[in-house]
Design a protein around this ligand. Structure first.
Ligand SMILES: Nc1ncnc2c1ncn2[C@@H]1O[C@H](COP(=O)(O)OP(=O)(O)OP(=O)(O)O)[C@@H](O)[C@H]1O
Ligand SMILES: [Mg+2]
Length: 337
């Protein structure tokens, strides 16, 4: 299932505040003069929806609908959940999801990389956080706090004990200050590093896991466009990427597409691409599947034919291996005897 545009996209989120324009000055770090945030206006990005399994897509859709109906909920005495923490392994589509959710509300995004708020000057980080939230609270926007765990990394430095306390307190107070004014999305790879009090400030907590087989097939299909390859090719990519993330599948598919451009439609290129990826990314693939890519053809074809998820026909295997169906059948049969 692919997330579609929100069914009620026409009823925009009624978030209070002044309107951000391209001339609105963005707060800067006083020491370095670096901007503390990037403003992204809806017409500038048309993010594509990420692909997740159905349960996540339904949950995401319901959050968007709630946000699009903020005022109706409030009129009826209900408190919408205005803050969402998205967490999960790197490369699973969290930033893409957040940008897409924000785009569905049709209001600008104030994108903050927490790294950029952290200053080497004592006390400045907390002040940056304060300035940034004051800015976000003033305008109609989605506040997107990406790589939220950066704050937690300060903890590794024993000299920073005082500073981290100040920073976490500043974050807590400022997250509270947004409770009634805006929509906030936080993103982290390391939910365990987050201070539990920070964690609790987010009303919705959405875990994005590594994609399952069916979702990997869809992700592969999404990135292969505008090329069209048979379903068996997509299934094979998904099967060998057990445990991989959307970003890794995207990378394999890009390599595969490049190989298709040089000499169209040459079948064995898929296996070549997978082998190359397995060699260059040895830690990323499931070791037993990886080994299979380099084992003898009979063994590989037999698994392709017999595996529950793949169950490819001899003809399909032939189309992947560049051989005819009877050769595949003979190869598989020979070893099995
Ligand atoms: N489920 C998915 N559907 C579609 N594309 C995906 C998916 N997961 C990852 N991608 C692609 O992988 C790349 C990385 O995605 P993204 O930056 O959103 O990941 P992330 O979870 O924010 O990673 P990090 O934690 O490292 O910041 C993007 O190009 C994105 O399109
Ligand atoms: Mg990200």
């Amino acid at each position: 299932m692919e997330l579609g545009p929100s069914r009620i996209a026409q009823s925009r989120a009624h978030v209070p505040g002044e309107t951000l324009t391209r001339n609105t000055p963005v707060p800067v770090d006083r020491e370095t003069a670096a901007a503390l945030a990037e403003i992204i206006f809806p017409p500038d990005v048309r993010p594509q929806p990420p692909i997740f399994d159905e349960a996540i897509e339904i949950a995401v859709q319901s959050i968007i609908e709630e946000w699009n109906n903020l005022s109706i909920l409030e009129e009826n005495g209900m408190q919408p959940s205005r803050s969402c923490l998205i967490y999960g392994p790197p490369g699973t589509g969290k930033t893409r999801l957040a940008m897409w959710m924000a785009s569905q509300l049709d209001i600008p995004v104030i994108l903050v990389r927490i790294d950029g708020l952290i200053s080497s000057f004592l006390g400045t980080t907390a002040r940056n956080i304060g300035n940034l939230f004051a800015f976000a609270n003033k305008y109609r926007c989605v506040l997107l706090l990406d790589e939220f765990d950066a704050v937690a990394k300060l903890r590794d430095d024993p000299q920073e004990v005082g500073e981290i306390k100040r920073v976490v307190n500043a974050l807590l107070q400022n997250l509270d200050s947004r409770r009634d004014v805006g929509i906030t999305i936080g993103i982290t790879n390391h939910p365990k590093l987050l201070d539990p009090a920070v964690w609790r400030r987010f009303e919705v907590q959405l875990e994005i896991p590594r994609p399952k087989f069916d979702v990997r097939v869809q992700i592969a299909r999404n990135f292969i466009a505008p090329f069209k390859v048979s379903e068996s090719h997509l299934k094979l990519i998904a099967w060998f990427t057990e445990g991989a993330t959307g970003a890794e599948i995207e990378s394999i598919v890009r390599t595969y597409k490049r190989s298709l451009i040089s000499k169209a439609d040459e079948p064995i290129k898929l296996l070549e691409t997978l082998r190359r990826f397995a060699t260059l990314n040895s830690a990323r693939l499931d070791p037993s599947r990886r080994e299979l890519l380099f084992s003898d053809a009979a063994q590989l074809f037999r698994i392709m034919h017999q595996d529950e998820q793949l169950c490819l026909s001899y003809e399909e295997i032939g189309s992947i291996a560049g051989k005819d169906k009877s050769t595949i059948s003979r190869t598989v049969g020979k070893k099995a005897e």
